[in-house]
Design a protein around this ligand. Structure first.
Ligand code: HEM
Length: 261
């Protein structure tokens, strides 16, 4: 069943599968787009910074220096202990941070569709590898041990990894079926989740500066906080920008058409 309604000069069709879910809020969308991209820039910068810092740490602690850290420094030593998994985490993490924003730029998608497809495949492979290597480090050997405070980090990592992998699979399947809107939604979810690692880092740093809470407690808890904050942001954005039909039309075009009358 469907009916046609008019909202702020926008004529949209309602009914299963054909709603422009937030037709009345073009201004909210425009403001959130600017805020969202600013936030993405901060998070990507944070993500790249932690990747490069950790990569620097790995190259400076080869051989005996690294072996000593495994014995003396439970947090940093684990990265040396799991050298292969760590590099399989850092390199894909870097790719995710660089490719992710590009995939959401409309002018790149429209002009260089083949490039978008190729980068999309690399993004999915990189994010998948990052998720699996993260499990090796964080689920089985979390900072503070699985049986202690580390259980919190272990479970956050397991949830995070499984849900990211699920979102990536869904995004890939939906684009193979040419369901553009649903592909976009699963990609928004995937990237928002992957940026959660940077949100966590910002929350962790703020709490370390402003409270006396021990790192052992903070680490796992801020992991959850980062993931949930980004998941919520993604769902709000998806609901504000879902367009009618198969979603191939961009929300900006739907808004522009509504403005034109
Ligand atoms: C599903 C995806 C991911 C999962 C499950 C995951 C999980 C983890 C886990 C468990 C750790 C170890 C934390 C610890 O106990 O010390 C870790 C570390 C790290 N991850 Fe990820 N991660 C994911 C994606 C990413 C992405 C996209 C980036 C890109 C910025 C990234 C960058 C890092 C870095 C730089 C570290 C080292 C942390 C440090 O230097 O303090 N991760 N990740």
């Amino acid at each position: 069943m469907s009916e046609t309604i008019s909202v702020e000069a926008a004529t949209v069709t309602t009914g299963t599968g054909s709603d422009f879910s937030a037709a009345p809020w073009p201004t909210v969308r425009r403001v959130l787009e600017v805020l969202g991209w600013s936030m993405v820039a901060i998070l990507v910068f944070t993500g790249l910074a932690v990747v490069l810092l950790r990569a620097g740490f790995m190259t400076q602690n080869l051989g005996a220096a690294g072996a000593e850290l495994i014995e003396t420094d439970p947090f940093n030593g684990r990265y040396i202990k799991h050298t292969v998994a760590t590099w399989l985490h850092l390199i894909p993490g870097f790719l995710v941070m660089v490719l992710g924003p590009m995939q959401f730029m409309r002018w790149i998608r429209n002009r260089w569709t083949k490039f978008h497809r190729m980068c999309g495949r690399v993004f999915i492979l990189a994010a998948g590898t990052g998720g699996v290597s993260g499990v090796i480090i964080g689920v089985f050997d979390p900072f503070m041990g699985v049986a202690g405070q580390g259980f919190n980090e272990s479970m956050a990592t397991a949830f995070f990894s499984v849900y990211v992998l699920f979102c990536l699979v869904m995004a890939y399947r939906r684009i193979r079926e040419r369901k553009f809107g649903q592909h976009r939604e699963w990609m928004v979810r995937s990237f928002a989740l992957l940026l959660g690692i940077a949100t966590e880092r910002l929350i962790l740093t703020a709490l370390q500066i402003n409270t006396d809470i021990d790192m052992a407690v903070l680490f796992g808890t801020t992991f959850w906080m980062g993931i949930i904050a980004n998941m919520a942001a993604a769902e709000i954005w998806i609901n504000l920008t879902r367009t009618p039909g198969n979603g191939a039309r961009h929300w900006k075009d739907v808004d522009a058409k509504a403005r034109a009358g």
